[in-house]
Design a protein around this ligand. Structure first.
Ligand SMILES: [Zn+2]
Length: 560
């Protein structure tokens, strides 16, 4: 029986396997749905093979109408390819080697890469496009068909490029795993794809030009990073999707895929514009994102790194450590990283007892530099897939680990905050017995700082200052930290927010310590310092790609 005219129904989300999928709207005779758990947007059911074959006809690629428009489009695409290759160089330092492009179309990317001395291989679904590419390449090879049927050799390629391709495949995770197999260890994967959190998608909503029957999946920064993490890629950096375009090319696009108001406007402007300007190349942030990642080895079981900064906590440290070493989180291995900052009350002596425990990595600081410094030291030593920061006091409950980690392991979130008054929790914070005035003052401060963060960083968080911050370690890639005291909590939170991670808040148990019990916050000096920190974090530049480039340059300088 022939199933090629049957539409494909998707029962569970392809990124997080949730069944909670909701209808959004209908476009081009296709239903667009959204996973309520991870936020992935996709067509459901997907168009049939027949429908897709009709769409990918001979003239699918723009500008195949006349010789002159073909040449102009080819020039634009090669300029974009050079831009992508330059960014890949900034990310990885890689400037030549074996390059695989899947969905190579008419081969402009491969031609540009070959000119920069890459050894190129292409895979392309359309046989007629394959023929064209073969004529254009000097030494490169091209496979006709889909990636899975090309049977490429294992661990052969230094770089794989997916330029406007992943949104077309039926099962993105399967596809990414196959790419993982053919890349060399440490190989680079570059993806350019439309992003549903780009400015054009936010602005145009249902009329967004990327909503089309052949675009089966619509990622945003977070869902694509989760998909990559689940298929064994790490060190992910997402940048706005630059493209080289000309006015003529954009107009052609809007003629092919008309958008009310925009298409007539383009025609009107075209009549006024001189021909030379219409063809001029411009670097434009389009509707997409550029995503860089690196193949890594996948451990049989994911690892959780628990970081314990310890300084003068002798009364609680031993209890905490015993509880931690007993703790089992289903589906996870655990490493405990203790950073002891030369306590004077006997905490160091206690910590030394755990030196040889197989689960414990003990780091001894020469002198105390502050809690933030200790956590940063711990982060550098962490090797796990997920990170949890655990203070050495007993304000928080270890039983909460399970519910905080579950969304990370399932791929429903990359960053989780244990909220002390989320959900149906009663007001659990800061009730110091017999100190009503102090409680009020501290709670007022909490409200003030929460509102400030929400307004400045466009959030709706309830408890951004919780110690329970659990996240995929990969989220930190390309970020640099410099705060040493309690202000590090702000720095970590806000830099993750500004890198594009939207925390999921889950309620946790919490018992507040009073100041007499050793709470280490200073009531006047610290809040003032926090204000300064928040103002700085609003302004400071977050540029992971520049950080990576700088690291590469220094390591190259060291080699010379
Ligand atoms: Zn999902």
């Amino acid at each position: 029986m022939d199933h090629s005219n049957k539409r494909h129904t998707i029962k569970t989300c392809q990124v997080c396997q949730s069944a909670r999928i909701y209808y959004l709207f209908t476009t081009c005779d296709c239903r667009v749905v959204r996973c309520d758990d991870c936020g992935l947007v996709f067509l459901n059911p997907q168009p049939s093979d027949d429908e897709l074959a009709r769409i990918y006809g001979e003239n699918y690629f723009l500008g195949s109408e006349t010789e002159a428009s073909r040449a102009a489009v080819s020039e634009i695409k090669q300029a974009t390819a050079r831009l992508y290759l330059a960014e890949i160089g900034r990310y990885s330092g890689l400037r030549h080697g074996r390059l695989l492009e899947i969905g190579c179309g008419d081969g402009d990317f491969l031609v540009a890469a070959e000119a920069e001395s890459w050894r190129v291989t292409g895979v392309e679904y359309s046989p007629s496009a394959c023929e064209k590419v073969r004529c254009r390449l000097k030494n490169g090879e091209v496979y006709s068909g889909e990636l899975q049927s090309a049977n490429l050799p294992t661990e052969q390629y230094d770089l794989c490029v997916l330029s406007d391709v992943i949104e077309h495949v039926r099962d993105p995770l399967d596809f990414l795993r196959e790419i993982h197999r053919v890349l060399k260890p440490g190989g680079i994967l570059f993806i350019a794809t439309p992003s549903i959190d780009s400015w054009s998608a936010r602005f145009m909503k249902q009329k967004w030009m990327e909503f089309k029957a052949e675009h089966l999946t619509y990622f945003d920064r977070q869902t694509l990073q989760t998909a990559l993490a689940k298929s064994g890629f790490r060190d992910v950096i997402v940048e706005a999707g630059w493209k080289i375009l000309s006015f003529d090319y954009v107009k052609m696009h809007f003629e092919r895929f008309p958008v009310p108001l925009v298409t007539p406007l383009m025609r009107f402007v075209a009549r006024l514009m001189p021909q030379k300007m219409k063809l001029k190349h411009r670097r434009i942030v389009a509707s997409g994102m550029m995503v860089f990642s690196r193949k890594s080895t996948v451990p049989p079981q994911p690892v959780l790194s628990v970081i314990v900064p310890a300084f003068n906590e002798v009364r609680t440290f031993g209890v905490l450590m015993e509880a931690l070493l007993q703790k089992e989180v289903p589906g996870l291995q655990m490493e405990v990283i203790v950073v002891e900052s030369r306590s004077t009350d006997g905490t160091r002596e206690l910590a030394l007892k755990y030196r040889d425990h197989p689960r414990v990595k003990l780091i001894l600081e020469e002198q105390p530099h502050g809690k933030g410094h200790a956590v940063r030291t711990g982060l550098q030593a962490a090797t796990g897939d997920f990170v949890l920061i655990q203070d050495a006091d007993l304000e928080y409950d270890l039983d909460d680990y399970d519910c905080l980690l579950e969304p990370l392991v399932a791929g429903r979130a990359a960053f989780v905050l244990g909220s002390r008054h989320g959900g149906r929790n009663v007001w659990k914070m800061r009730q110091f017995t017999g100190q009503v005035g102090l409680s009020l003052f501290v709670n007022f401060g909490h409200g003030f700082f929460t509102t400030l963060i929400n307004v400045l960083f466009w959030q709706r968080l309830r408890d951004p200052f919780t110690m329970f911050k659990v996240f995929r370690r990969d989220c930190l890639y390309g970020l640099e930290f410099e705060c040493n005291r309690f202000d590090f909590d702000f720095e970590l939170l806000i830099k993750l927010l500004r890198k594009g991670f939207q925390p999921m808040e889950l309620p946790v148990n919490y018992r507040s310590r009073s100041f007499k019990e050793g709470k280490k916050v200073r009531l006047v000096r610290d809040p003032l310092a926090w204000l300064v920190t928040i103002a700085w974090l609003r302004k400071v530049k977050i540029a992971p790609m520049s950080v990576l480039e700088r690291r590469q340059n220094t390591s190259m300088a060291r080699k010379d």
